[in-house]
Design a protein around this ligand. Sequence first.
Ligand SMILES: Nc1ncnc2c1ncn2[C@@H]1O[C@H](COP(=O)(O)OP(=O)(O)O)[C@@H](O)[C@H]1O
Ligand SMILES: [Mg+2]
Length: 218
Amino acid sequence: MPIKLTNISKSFNGNSSNKINVLKKIDLEIQDNDMVAIMGRSGAGKSTLLNIIGCLDSPDEGEYLLDGQDISKLSNSNLSNLRNSKFGFIMQDFALIEDETVRHNILLPTYFSRTKINTSCEDLAKKLGIYKLLDTKASLLSGGEKQRTAIARAIINDSKYIIADEPTGALDSVNAEMIMNIISDLHKTGKTIIIVTHDIIIAEKCQRVLTISDGHLD
Ligand SMILES: Nc1ncnc2c1ncn2[C@@H]1O[C@H](COP(=O)(O)OP(=O)(O)O)[C@@H](O)[C@H]1O
Ligand SMILES: [Mg+2]
């Protein structure tokens, strides 16, 4: 099983030092080329779960096997190498470096990557309709252009898994649909997609829809 979470729990200390149990003994299996939507109300723990899957955060309890490897056994540097080679991240707020060009933003993950990059930045930009913007500063882009830049950055390393946290949350419906079509196309090329969304129309484009509620995933 490519992604296998068993009995994963995570809590945070709230204000008056009371513990919030965000994830309670969650089990989740994700196959290669799966396309999974994770839904749930605001604060339900969707981002927390996504961050654990993407090795940005670690669980308090439970086991996470990623392509057969026990994540908890890895050193920090091995974990960041693994994260960088396996995952592309797409965030709601795009998370671009606003002062840098589109080209620089797209190429960012390659500066940390040990693997050889086959997809050129230009080819990707052409496919995503942002080729003419390569030398434009990110701060000057529209929301849809920013998200397409973020998608190019998420796939430049040709990573196996694409993790998207409300990728259309900051976009109007036309741009949201364009971004979803791009993500669906990535799925067709064989990527495994895990996408957090509030939007039922987006969730319905996925193969599976899971909902987090009261710390449980169903
Ligand atoms: N780093 C953190 N420190 C303290 N509390 C956190 C932290 N991250 C998330 N939380 C809390 O955990 C709960 C779930 O957050 P989150 O996973 O971001 O929810 P969602 O993405 O579903 O809106 C919220 O109550 C949030 O305030
Ligand atoms: Mg969230």
